[in-house]
Design a protein around this ligand. Structure first.
Ligand SMILES: [Zn+2]
Length: 214
């Protein structure tokens, strides 16, 4: 089964992608993660991301084609998190999938309003070991702001308030039209993403079960 997670920054796409991978044994492809790795070597991409702007469609689609070529996304099924981000990326994805005679089964739209998004992202902290935290829910004694591995937590470059607002503007303008786009294909499923992580996943899970995909 092939999933897409759609939603504003901070709507929990990454978390739900991980839950889906664990439960349904599909491969995951997070373009955000890919770009955060690429930007370590590529200064122009680094600049785009740290100011909240979109990476050009051409580059994103090339990277995606490359990932699909190298990995076994087609056999195991996949979950895409952070892609497509524009209509033209969605069209590029369609071309790629048509070539392989596969289709997207469901697009989960995680709906969270902008105020909640800003609140959530400002609370997000990461560690270089790969763990991430919500600093409001993570306050263990005086080790506040430290990871369980002992290192100090920091903010992601793209998690500063000005950058978040820029990302939200871009989301409204370029990514939100994808809701209508996938509605036309009859595969869009609305999820209230403002609830806690487990509630959201329960709804995703019960939808998949109901459709008898698994
Ligand atoms: Zn750590």
């Amino acid at each position: 089964m092939n999933f897409i997670l759609l939603g504003p920054p901070g709507s929990g796409k990454g978390t739900q992608a991980k839950n889906i991978v664990k439960k349904f044994n599909v491969s995951s492809l997070s373009t955000g993660e890919i770009f955060r790795n690429i930007k370590k070597q590529n200064n122009s991409i680094k600049k785009l991301i740290s100011t909240g702007r979109l990476v050009p469609d051409r580059i994103v689609i090339d990277i995606l084609f490359d990932c699909f070529k190298k990995n076994k996304y087609f056999e195991s099924g996949f979950v895409l998190d952070g892609f497509p981000r524009t209509i033209s990326q969605a069209k590029g994805l369609n071309v790629l999938l048509n070539l392989k005679h596969i289709k997207v089964d469901v697009v989960f739209f995680l709906d969270v309003n902008s105020n909640e998004v800003i609140k959530r992202i400002l609370k997000r902290m990461i560690c270089s070991c790969g763990l991430s935290y919500n600093i409001m829910s993570y306050n263990v004694g005086n080790r506040y702001n430290y990871c369980i591995c002992g290192k100090k937590l920091k903010k992601r470059d793209d998690d500063k308030e000005k950058v978040i607002k820029e990302r939200l503007c871009i989301y409204e303008k370029f990514t939100k039209p994808l809701i209508e786009y996938y509605k036309k294909f009859g595969i869009l499923v609305y999820i209230d993403g403002s609830r806690d992580e487990m509630c959201v996943f329960k709804q995703i899970n019960s939808y998949v079960k109901k459709r008898n995909f698994y």
